[in-house]
Design a protein around this ligand. Sequence first.
Ligand code: CDP
Length: 207
Amino acid sequence: MIIAIDGPAAAGKGTLARRLAAALGLPYLDTGLLYRAVARRVLDAGRNPADPQAAAEAARSLTQADLARGDLRGGAADKAASQVASIPAVRTALLEYQRKFGTENGAVLDGRDIGTIIFPNADVKLFVTASLDARALRRHHELSARGQGLTLHEVRAELAARDAADANRKAAPLIAAADATLFDTTEMSAEAAFTAALALVRAKNDV
Ligand code: CDP
């Protein structure tokens, strides 16, 4: 079974995907980490994340160890991830890894283009969203807990800029698949989102 979870930044995709995967006994892939790891490699090499050649080279030489790094979230990696993600050669280099991950034993994957490009025939597609204010509050809370001192205003501006870049790019833009179920979690707790998503999966798949 393939479950595709897409949506804008900090909408709660990861929490939901992880819990669904655990409940259903499926592997989970946070595809954002792939783009973040590519970005990290480019930044570490002192190159520009908007440079297609530098980014494509990094994507082609990505290793499992790159994905396990502890510095893929927050700071420069957020914007740089979105920059490398807009480069078609980067997306092509990461496509096969994602498809292989899903087709071996089924999976829950979260990202921006899982239901549209990576697994257009996914068994269940969710598009998880929330208001910009709600997402900024959640991400600010997360970052503060990790000791990153951005203000709520800065976090909100970063999310808005990244969503706009992700939605307006030509390569695999952030958009809900026509057959995705929309989940607006602005007024929903993580628990309620999980319960509703699990019920949907069960109704669609008889599991
Ligand atoms: O955790 P958050 O929602 O902030 O971001 P993420 O899911 O880790 O993704 C980081 C960036 O990678 C996004 O802003 C996108 O530009 C890019 N991305 C993508 O283009 N396609 C995906 N399937 C996943 C992430």
